[in-house]
Design a protein around this ligand. Structure first.
Ligand code: SIN
Length: 301
């Protein structure tokens, strides 16, 4: 018998899950309950969970296959490559390259051919105030478009580009070059059907450069509208972190952003473990031809 209690935290997304100790392996009933709550609330908060990296990996692995962060192999925990360190603390005596991770609206790893299924983020150290993360519901974003706009976006493919990560070009130049080589611009459908719920969601983000078959000039006003619409306050849950919160989000139907709303001299130290997504998308063969219909014809998967 399980004692899980699920308390909604927001209308668009977010629920607190009580009654679980994530240091212990979940039973199959508990996994089913967590999945059901996840599909309903999209973002789940598990307060008061002081997990070690192996425990974080074990919990994440109950909900999906583990992502090993090979596309971004620099910011991983030295002993546990499955764990990405999102931190503003110094790493090997140098400023952390992940101190500004997630500063524009995005879904994790959308610039790869396996956008993450979900991510689990744990708060190990936090500033006195701020350092919040916001999540937006992409089902609502799609469902609230007019039928004609839905029909229009249903047919579009979006070019996701790692260089549009905010502050990307200010990172270590050698890493930037390698990350660009590992992650060429990739095309994904703008509207995705969630494999578990069957609902359509908008797969837009601030890391989309243009739509296939359209120039950047043609795409930008549409992207501006869609990003603004998708992140409307009524679609958003804002999480104010407590120490040892574990927060898990569904990347297939949400966007998120990490806010720089805190005193940067104070530590914010998080551990993230992601779930491998389904293979999707294709690489544009030549960046100079981006936006051309021809460039969309070479699929790699
Ligand atoms: C991320 O974008 O995955 C990190 C979010 C955060 O640090 O709040």
């Amino acid at each position: 018998m399980s004692n899980i209690e699920v308390r909604p935290l927001g209308y668009a997304a977010g629920a607190e899950v009580l009654g679980l100790d994530l240091r212990k392996p979940l039973s199959s009933t508990e996994v089913d309950q967590v999945n059901a709550a996840w599909h309903q609330h999209l973002v789940l908060v598990f307060p008061g969970q002081d997990l070690t990296p192996p425990q974080l990996i074990e919990f994440t692995g109950k909900l999906g296959d583990i992502e090993r962060n090979e596309n971004v192999p620099y910011y991983r925990h030295p002993e546990y490559p499955e764990v990405l360190l999102v931190t503003n603390k110094q790493v090997n005596g140098k400023p952390s390259q992940t101190r500004n991770t997630g500063r524009n609206w995005h879904a994790d790893l959308s610039y790869t051919d396996r956008p993450a299924k979900g991510s689990v983020l744990m708060c190990k150290e936090k500033p006195d105030v701020g350092g919040d993360t916001m999540f937006a519901n992409m089902y609502m974003a799609y469902e609230t478009l007019s039928p004609i706009m839905q029909k229009f976006v249903d047919g579009l493919e979006a070019v996701h580009d790692i260089t549009l990560i905010k502050g990307f070009n200010r990172r270590d130049p050698a890493q930037v070059a390698d990350l660009k080589a590992k992650n060429p611009p990739i095309v994904h459908p703008l509207v995705r059907v969630h494999p578990d719920t069957g609902r359509k969601s908008l797969f837009v983000s601030e890391r989309v450069r243009n739509f296939v078959g359209m120039t950047e000039e043609e795409s930008q006003p549409i992207l501006d509208f869609l990003n603004m619409h998708a992140t409307s306050p009524e679609f958003v849950y804002r999480h104010r972190w407590n120490l040892n919160d574990v927060v898990m989000w569904d990347n297939r139907c949400t966007l998120h952003i990490a806010l720089k709303d805190f005193d940067q001299s104070q530590p914010r130290h998080m551990m993230r473990c992601s779930m491998l997504g389904e293979k999707s998308g294709y690489v544009l063969p030549d960046e100079h031809e981006e936006g051309s219909a021809k460039s969309a014809l070479v699929a790699v998967s």
